[in-house]
Design a protein around this ligand. Structure first.
Ligand SMILES: NC(=O)c1ccc[n+]([C@@H]2O[C@H](COP(=O)([O-])OP(=O)(O)OC[C@H]3O[C@@H](n4cnc5c(N)ncnc54)[C@H](O)[C@@H]3O)[C@@H](O)[C@H]2O)c1
Length: 259
């Protein structure tokens, strides 16, 4: 579970997924750059009666991703599931975002998939069984308005394409690769991104959701747990939205009668 901590206190997509996978019987390895947050997730799993092992690692480092897989193999003998949920956002416009910020978003959101997946694919190919689940966003699919950095949307589109390509390359190896396309989920990452305006933006995101309310990390977690299961064996190369229908919604300007 890559990104199983959280960027700030609370329940994000990765933390909920780690707990849900443990509830469904998985031996979960929680990997995150925020070791303390990963430990918190492990404690939550322990309270729940499950068990989890923590690895503090940077998903942008090839050495860390290789050692994540090597440690998992030496401890459990297999790597069945890679849920690659690590990500950071960005809200600056094209003029304000610095080159360093662009590079960081691309490294954390895209290179992390490339490095973690290729590390996990080797044992999965040998086992002839594997599940890789990545995290894209509705902003990687289409324009949703200002306030999303160029790097964030572009990085999430790249995650989806990487996942499609891996899905087909390894379809005959007993491995499936799918992408969850996450919509407006109330998470530590979004709280952090909106800072002191979190309540205002939270209310705005609730209104923008077709259901009238943002989703939670659990909505994502249940989908990922299904994609990780035996039953999902014929779902491959899919991008599945968890967005309350946002990605098929007619823009408000049209439904309000605007032109
Ligand atoms: N919350 C939303 O509305 C939303 C919408 C679309 C997509 N997403 C995606 O969902 C995923 C999870 O985000 P979240 O909103 O649940 O926030 P989150 O803060 O709970 O999860 C992100 C995790 O990634 C970890 N991380 C960041 N950089 C890392 C690195 N270099 N190495 C290892 N771990 C690192 C953070 O410590 C954190 O635990 C992200 O990929 C995000 O882009 C979220």
């Amino acid at each position: 579970m890559n990104g199983g901590g959280s960027a700030a206190p609370g329940w994000g997509n990765g933390r909920c997924t780690a707990v849900q996978l443990a509830r469904e019987g998985a031996k979960v390895v929680i990997v995150d750059i925020n070791g303390a947050a990963a430990q918190e997730t492990a404690a939550l799993i322990a309270q729940d009666g499950g068990s989890a092992f923590v690895i503090e690692a940077d998903a942008t480092s090839e050495a860390d991703m290789n050692s994540m897989v090597a440690t998992t193999l030496s401890r459990f003998g297999r790597v069945d599931i890679l849920a690659q949920i690590v990500g950071i956002g960005g809200r600056k416009n094209i003029f304000d975002e610095t080159e360093e910020e662009w590079d960081r978003v691309m490294a954390v959101n895209v290179k992390s998939v490339f490095l973690s997946a290729r590390a996990a694919l080797r044992p999965m190919i040998e086992q002839r069984w594997g599940r890789i689940i990545t995290a894209s966003s509705i902003v990687g699919l289409r324009y949703v308005g200002k306030g999303v950095s160029m790097s964030y949307g572009a990085s999430k589109a790249a995650v989806a394409m990487l996942t499609r390509q891996m899905a087909l390359d390894f379809a005959r190896d007993g491995i499936t690769c799918n992408c969850v396309v996450i919509g407006m989920i109330d998470s530590p990452m979004t709280q952090l991104a909106f800072g002191e305006h979190a309540a205002k933006f939270g209310a705005m995101r609730d209104r923008a959701s077709p259901t009238g309310k943002q989703g939670t990390g659990w909505d994502t977690a249940h989908l990922i747990a299904f994609l990780a299961s035996e039953e999902a064996q014929y779902i491959n190369g899919a991008e599945i939205p968890v967005d309350g229908g946002f990605s098929v919604k007619v823009p408000d300007v049209y439904s309000d009668g605007g032109s």
